[in-house]
Design a protein. Structure first.
Length: 313
């Protein structure tokens, strides 16, 4: 597609169907949710960065989650809330592709980050004596680089396969741009894209799921066998938190992708599931981890207290 031509193309996102009386309340609510997401994720990110007692592999891996969540929320919310108040659901083709890339990049990144965190908990609980030998600083750096490199390369390829087509339709069937909705604008043969998309789903959804199943089965076995009730309770609490976060993202993402491939699926349900993928994980992740991780919770309180005291001075 010619670059200049693509910049002239304006796509229309699905209308919100808001009455005049609901526009400003929904705008305020959406803006408030975005501000809370950014604040909470930046709070977790900054706390881990400045607190030396949190410079451990588990929290270094967790550090990547608020980064990914902020990317996903920022790709969606600013355009969404501005379109509410302006009642303008148009978006340029390049901006739409950029939004699709960032949202898919966020989703893939989150799944891989949660998989790495599950592996870290597995080693910590099942092989505690070998933990420092296995999860070395070099290993940790390799894991983090691999997470972002795999996510970036898979999503860049996905978007490049998509961007090679000329579009023949202008109406996006979702409230934001994503690969399935953009493919529906194409009138050419998209079998290669569909095959690559299915392979990506198997890799990015199936891979983390297998890792979670294996690591948690081993963790559960270790917790059942151990005689230390306090250690067992702490392990189950930590892993339970992680599992809740993973399932929220996994179920919402799978349901959304399946809904796009079932023609009889309710459009309203598909859009609701799609929005839930970019709203609930970024909103809930910092709250769930902040409340359930005693070390992180205490460090956040200390950080806020220091920040408040320094502001008063």
């Amino acid at each position: 597609m010619d670059t200049n031509e693509s910049y002239e193309i304006m796509l229309k996102l699905e209308t919100l169907g808001l009455s005049t009386t609901h526009i400003y309340p929904v705008f305020v609510f959406g803006t408030l949710i975005y501000v809370i997401i950014v604040f909470c994720n930046l709070l977790v990110l900054t706390t881990i960065a400045v607190s030396k007692n949190l410079h451990k592999p588990m929290f270094i891996l967790l550090l990547n989650l608020p980064i990914s969540d902020t990317v996903g929320a920022t790709a969606f919310f600013p355009h969404f809330v501005s379109s509410i108040v302006t009642q303008n659901r148009l978006i340029s083709h390049p901006a739409c592709i950029t939004q699709a890339f960032l949202i898919h990049f966020y989703g893939a990144g989150n799944l891989l980050i949660l998989s790495a965190m599950a592996y870290d908990r597995y080693i910590a609980i099942c092989c505690p004596l070998r933990y420092n030998a296995i999860i070395t600083p070099q290993t940790l750096i390799k894991m983090i680089i691999s997470i972002w490199l795999i996510s970036f390369s898979i999503m860049v390829t996905l978007i490049l396969l998509l961007a090679r087509f000329k579009i023949c339709r202008m109406n996006i069937v979702d409230l934001y741009c994503n690969n399935p909705s953009l493919l529906k604008l194409v009138c050419e043969d998209t079998r290669v894209n569909n095959y690559y998309g299915m392979a990506g789903i198997v890799l990015l959804q199936g891979g983390p799921l297998l890792i979670i199943i294996y690591t948690y089965a081993q963790i559960l076995r270790t917790c059942v066998m151990t005689n230390q009730s306090d250690a067992r309770r702490k392990a189950i609490q930590t892993c339970g938190t992680h599992l809740v976060v993973f399932l929220i993202l996994q179920i919402n993402t799978v349901a959304t992708l399946i809904a796009h491939r079932i023609k009889s699926a309710s459009p309203f349900m598909r859009r609701a599931l799609g929005v839930s993928v970019v709203v609930f994980p970024p909103f809930l992740d910092p709250i769930i981890y902040g409340l359930n991780s005693t070390e992180l919770k205490q460090s956040i309180k200390m950080f806020l207290k220091r920040s408040f005291c320094s502001t008063k001075l």
